[in-house]
Design a protein around this ligand. Structure first.
Ligand code: SAM
Length: 251
C-alpha cells in the first residue's frame, strides 16, 4: 500500500482519499473534503521501511491513541485493512463529516470506532474500551496522543499486556526532548516531561529479558516494542519497573 500513496507538496492521496499534510500546509484549501493528517512523508517512509522488514505482520485488531481529525485512522486502516480499529482522543469533538462519509460510504461502521473525550491516562477507561471492543488480543497499538511521559506510560501499562506475543506497540514522536526547537525556553513543552524516560525503561526491560519485549526498534520518529510471550498474571497492576533488572551504577 505504501507504494500506492501519492505525495504532493501539501497532501497525500490514496484510493480517492485526500490527506492534507498539516505540518507543511500550503496552498488554498476550502471546503472540508479532506482529512487533516499529522504525519510528514519522512515518517511515513520510515514506517514503510519498518513494515517492509515485517512482511508477515497483518494486524487484525488495532488500538490507536490520538485521532485529531481521523486522518491517521483512515491511513492505518487502509494500510492494514484490520477486522477492528478502535481509536481514542481527549478532544471534545466528534468525527468530521469527511470521516463520517468515509466510514459510511465504505461500509466500515462495524470495523472502525472512535471514542472522543477519552484520556489516555485513564487506565480504567482504556481497559474498559479495549475489553468491550476486542474479543481477541491486540495485534497493534499506535500511540500518537499526548507525547508526554505519564500519560504515555499509563496507556502502555494497560495496552501492552493486551497485545498477543509478536504484537507491536508503537510510540510516535517520543524523541522531542532531543529536538532543539521543542526544548527551547519559549516552547510550551520545554517545561514538560517527554516520553524519553519510558523509552529508556523499554530498553532496560528489553535488555533484562526477551520474554516481555522480544524486540525493540528505536528511530527518531517512533519506537516499536514487540511483545514477547511473558504471561502477565495480573495485567491490571502491570508495572514496567517490575520487569527491569539494573545494576545500580547504570543510569
Ligand atoms: C499529533 S495529534 C494526532 C494526530 C493523528 N494521529 C495523525 O497522525 O493525524 C495528537 C492527538 O492526541 C490527542 N491527545 C493529547 N493528549 C491526549 C490524552 N491525554 N489522551 C488522549 N488523547 C490525547 C490530541 O487531542 C490530538 O488530537
Amino acid at each position: 500500500m505504501f507504494s500506492k500513496l501519492q505525495w504532493q507538496s501539501d497532501r497525500m492521496l490514496y484510493d480517492g482519499l485526500v490527506f492534507r499534510l498539516e505540518q507543511v500546509r500550503t496552498g488554498d484549501w476550502t471546503g472540508n473534503e479532506f482529512f487533516r493528517f499529522f504525519k510528514r512523508k519522512k515518517i511515513v517512509d520510515k514506517y514503510e521501511e519498518f513494515f517492509q522488514r515485517h512482511p508477515d505482520f497483518h494486524p487484525e485488531n488495532i488500538f490507536e491513541l490520538g485521532i485529531f481529525d481521523g486522518g491517521s485512522v483512515a491511513f492505518w486502516f487502509e494500510l492494514f485493512k484490520p477486522d477492528k480499529h478502535i481509536a481514542i482522543d481527549l478532544l471534545d469533538r466528534k468525527d468530521s463529516t469527511y470521516f463520517e462519509n468515509y466510514v459510511t460510504s465504505r461500509g466500515l461502521k462495524e470495523k472502525i470506532k472512535t471514542f472522543w473525550k477519552t484520556d489516555q491516562s485513564d487506565k480504567e477507561n482504556l481497559r474498559r474500551i479495549a475489553l468491550a471492543n476486542f474479543t481477541e488480543p491486540l495485534d497493534l497499538v499506535i500511540d500518537d496522543a499526548s507525547h508526554m511521559y505519564e500519560p504515555t506510560r499509563a496507556s502502555f501499562e494497560v495496552l501492552f499486556p493486551m497485545l498477543r506475543p509478536g504484537g507491536l506497540y508503537v510510540i510516535e514522536d517520543w524523541a522531542w526532548g532531543h529536538w532543539p526547537a521543542y526544548i527551547a525556553a519559549e516552547h510550551p513543552w520545554s517545561v514538560l516531561e517527554s516520553p524519553a524516560k519510558l523509552i529508556t525503561k523499554l530498553m532496560d526491560a528489553a535488555g533484562t529479558s526477551i520474554s516481555l519485549i522480544s524486540n525493540l526498534t528505536i528511530t527518531k520518529g517512533f519506537v516499536v516494542a514487540e511483545r514477547g510471550d511473558e504471561i502477565i498474571a495480573d495485567a491490571t497492576s502491570f508495572n514496567i519497573d517490575d520487569y527491569i533488572v539494573r545494576r545500580q551504577d547504570i543510569v
